[in-house]
Design a protein around this ligand. Structure first.
Ligand code: C5P
Length: 290
């Protein structure tokens, strides 16, 4: 996440994430699932613009950017701008927590497709927490913002940590940053339809025996990318495929490509392939888009 501006207008670039590994360890008493997941942030961003409002109102509008403004079921039109919107919730939570009496006008340029397992909404929420602490001049550290992030959603803490890669445990909020020595080149495909995270988790079974993401991290940190690609794993693939046949279709397409490895991100429906070079990734993206 990148936040910049002049104090009166702030701009935040909120990245998407991919889960290179996601294991479901068990179901918890609070209804959530205990996870071990390796998340990486990727160079696909929503852009948020924050201005002090004329009143104490918190006003949010979402605009689709380019072709992503029409991504079918679960598309931009389905993104709420009222109290269900995570940006609105983040702003109110921060205001209630700090007691500031300020408003904000927030414009969100959506590029990250929703209902895709790419956590666009969570990233936008984390960016809102960080940007509004600057705009409203309430100096809270990332550690102080962490409990607010956890209340907003399981993925928000990862973005708040502002690390390129991390192992996330608990329901996703316990963050262990992982240093990766190189830039990874991915092609991401989001089919026309999306999936609801809660529906996918409801249909999943905890894995037995559970796999660990350590071998994948060792391969990545040693730069053994072909080996790493074979270790990609997502325990939510089976329930996602049950609920949405587009996931099966996209996974089948990736299985025929010369990628080092491929998987689904989060609860889907977006899938990704790891390429050897940026040039290969761009060529494959063009081919798949066609
Ligand atoms: O935390 P978040 O609001 O993003 O989660 C959305 C839904 O996904 C939850 O209501 C829950 O049903 C499911 N979930 C889960 N276990 C997790 C994360 C999410 O069951 N670790």
């Amino acid at each position: 996440m990148l936040v910049y501006g002049n104090g009166e207008v702030l701009v935040a670039q909120a990245p998407a994430k991919l889960n290179l590994f996601l294991e479901v360890l068990g179901k918890r008493a609070d209804g959530y699932h205990e996870l071990e997941t390796l998340m990486v942030s990727v160079g696909l961003y929503d852009t948020l613009v924050f201005k002090e409002g004329h009143s104490k109102t918190i006003a949010v509008r979402c605009l689709g950017a380019g072709e992503r403004s029409d991504c079918g079921e679960g598309g931009i039109d389905s993104i709420p701008t009222g109290r269900d919107n995570l940006v609105v919730q983040a702003a109110h939570l921060l205001r209630d927590h700090t007691g500031v009496q300020r408003g904000a006008e927030i414009t969100v340029w959506k590029r990250i497709p929703p209902a895709a397992g790419l956590a666009g909404g969570s990233s936008d929420a984390a960016a809102t927490l960080v940007a509004l602490t600057h705009l409203w001049n309430v100096p809270l550290s990332a550690a102080e913002l962490h409990p607010l992030a956890v209340r907003l959603g399981s993925d928000v803490a990862f973005f708040l940590a502002r690390t390129p890669a991390a192992v996330c445990r608990g329901r996703g909020e316990v963050i262990e940053p992982v240093p990766l020595p190189m830039t990874l080149q991915f092609v991401i495909v989001r089919p026309p339809t999306g999936l609801s995270t809660s529906h996918v988790y409801r249909a999943c079974q905890p894995s037995s025996p559970a796999r660990s993401c350590r071998p994948l991290i060792q391969s990545l940190t040693a730069g053994r990318l072909a080996e790493a690609g074979r270790l990609f794993h997502n325990a939510l693939v089976a329930p996602a495929e049950e609920l949405n046949k587009d996931v099966t279709l996209v996974r089948r397409i990736f299985s025929r490509q010369p990628v080092l490895g491929h998987s689904m991100s989060g609860s889907g429906t977006a899938c990704f392939g790891l390429c050897t070079t940026r040039c290969q990734a761009l060529a494959l993206a063009r081919q798949l888009a066609a």
